[in-house]
Design a protein around this ligand. Structure first.
Ligand code: FDA
Ligand code: NAD
Length: 437
């Protein structure tokens, strides 16, 4: 029989934000039975970034597996195992997809027909992948064409990697997934070809000069790169498994495995027409409150005031997922006590790791750019970076292979936004400019 459940606080989504929100609730004071997390996934909240990195590595290199990367280890915090939730009286309602939300009656309904009522709701549904089948790409429903968002996707991909030792992999997309997955597949000794439509990889952040380093480095590692074209079709063998990828420019690439990373889409559909939206996400204030009382939205789905740029934005990265979740919980608890907290004042922070590389970016990638350091991909342990300058001030900073102190320095530069008097001198000073701030 379908059950009815009532919680003072309910988090919809069991990803990164949910884990950090649960920890914050517990810090702020929580009674057993007050909080529940509903998740479509079968496991307790974990640090999603691991899925495109060590989760895919061969055992000889060192593979990450749960329970190793449950939240909140990704930011150096306590690892919240399923037992932790039990101990705190936090209900983890796993393998449960919510298919209907009625914000007016404060009710969620699961696919099995169970209902969940709440006092406060935190929407933390994250993103889903954009699929090539969404654009009716011919043959895109073939077996062995993979996407990566959740742990089940990663498990399917690991099985395929094991089933095709030294096989041929085609990676469609030149963004985060494209770059991290091409590296992971290459580390597994697959023959990897990346395909993307733009003139260089990661165009939403990288300049041509930054991208040239990564493209050169990947080429040195044996990854083949085909730019300026897209996959327009796939042929399958008799078992329905993909056997080749047809490109718009006429080329045909043999493939045992295809990985597609052509972007994400925030999961807001359950709430369409019930809550204000902006820039593709659920609009919130600086405390992650939505247009509906007692309903909050955090992580990938929230479009929030980015105070530093006097703008509203949506951010699809883990640092914001963690911080927005903590901020929303603090705001909920403060409002119960008639208090207020500071507005969220976020400095964008993105990062990636692949092969032996590791970059960090802070701030805004707008305006003119100044490259510093050595971006020759053949230099061992090359270190280089870029500043973005808008209206005479540094607004963004990127650094490859920075030490923790150097990364802190570029974060500070992006936050402080120092004026730049002499661009030529900035280029010469490079990282030491940031270290002085
Ligand atoms: P998140 O996606 O973590 O969680 C959403 C949860 O909601 C999921 O468990 C989902 O199943 C559940 N859900 C959704 N709809 C539901 C429903 N109707 N019913 C029940 N449950 C539902 N960022 C970064 O800064 N550095 C990095 O290295 C990486 N690496 C990375 C790798 C991979 C493979 C991905 C997919 C993403 C990253 N990211 C990243 C991005 C980062 O992981 C992402 O921004 C955060 O996970 C967002 O956290 P959320 O809690 O918003 O969503
Ligand atoms: P993305 O937006 O980073 O990159 C998508 C890429 O696919 C772009 O280069 C785009 O032009 C290209 N593309 C679009 N259509 C294409 C087509 N038809 N054929 C070939 N290429 C096409 O998105 P993603 O890499 O798929 O990542 C998905 C989500 O996961 C994002 O939210 C991202 O932030 C997150 N993620 C983040 C990290 C990180 O921060 N290190 C790592 C992995 C994933």
């Amino acid at each position: 029989m379908a059950a009815e459940n009532i919680f003072k606080y309910l988090i919809l989504g069991g990803g990164v934000s949910a884990g950090y929100a649960a920890r914050e609730f517990s810090k702020q004071g929580l009674k057993p039975g007050q909080l529940a997390i509903i998740s479509k996934e079968a496991v307790a909240p974990y640090e999603r970034p691991a899925l495109s990195k060590a989760y895919l590595f061969p055992e000889a290199v060192g593979t990450a597996r749960l329970p190793g990367f449950h939240t909140c280890v990704g930011s150096g915090g306590e690892r919240l195992l399923p037992e932790w939730y039990k101990e705190k009286g936090i209900e983890l309602i796993l393998s449960t997809e919510v298919v209907k939300a009625d914000l007016a009656s404060k009710t969620l309904v699961s696919a099995a027909g169970d209902t969940f009522k709440y006092g406060n709701l935190i929407i933390a549904t994250g993103s889903t992948v954009i699929r090539l089948t969404d654009f009716n790409v011919q043959g895109a429903d073939a077996k062995n064409i993979f996407y990566l968002r959740e742990i089940d996707d990663a498990d399917s991909l690991v099985a395929a990697i094991k089933a095709h030792p030294k096989g041929k992999a085609v990676v469609v997309g030149g963004g985060y997934i494209g770059l991290e997955l091409s590296a992971a597949l290459r580390i597994n000794e697959l023959d990897v070809t990346m395909v993307y439509p733009e003139p260089w990889c990661m165009p939403r952040l990288f300049t041509a000069e930054i991208a040239a380093f990564y493209e050169g480095y990947y080429a040195n590692k044996g990854v083949k790169i085909i730019k300026g074209t897209v996959a327009v079709g796939f042929d399958s063998d008799g078992s329905g498994a993909v056997k080749n990828v047809k490109l718009k420019d006429g080329r045909v690439l043999d493939a045992d495995i295809v990985v597609v990373g052509v972007g994400g889409r925030p999961l807001t559909t359950l709430f369409k027409g019930q809550v204000e939206e902006e820039k593709g996400g659920i609009k919130t204030d600086a405390f992650f409150k939505t247009s509906v009382p007692e309903v909050y939205a955090v992580g990938d789905v929230s479009t929030f005031p980015m105070k530093i740029y006097n703008d509203v934005r949506r951010v699809e990265h883990v640092d914001h997922a963690r911080k927005s979740a903590e901020h929303a919980v603090k705001a909920i608890k403060a409002s119960e006590e008639g208090n207020t907290i500071e507005e969220y004042d976020y400095l964008p922070y993105f990062y990636s790791r692949s092969f032996d590389l590791s970059w960090q970016f802070y701030g805004d990638n707008v305006g003119d750019t100044v490259l510093f350091g050595d971006n020759n991909p053949s230099t061992p342990k090359a270190k280089f970076g870029t500043y973005w300058i808008k209206e005479g001030k540094i607004v963004g900073a990127f650094l490859e292979s920075g030490t923790p102190e150097e990364n802190k320095a570029i974060a500070k530069v992006a936050r402080v936004q120092p004026p730049v008097e002499n661009v030529e001198q900035l280029k010469v000073e490079g990282l030491s400019f940031a270290s002085k701030i």
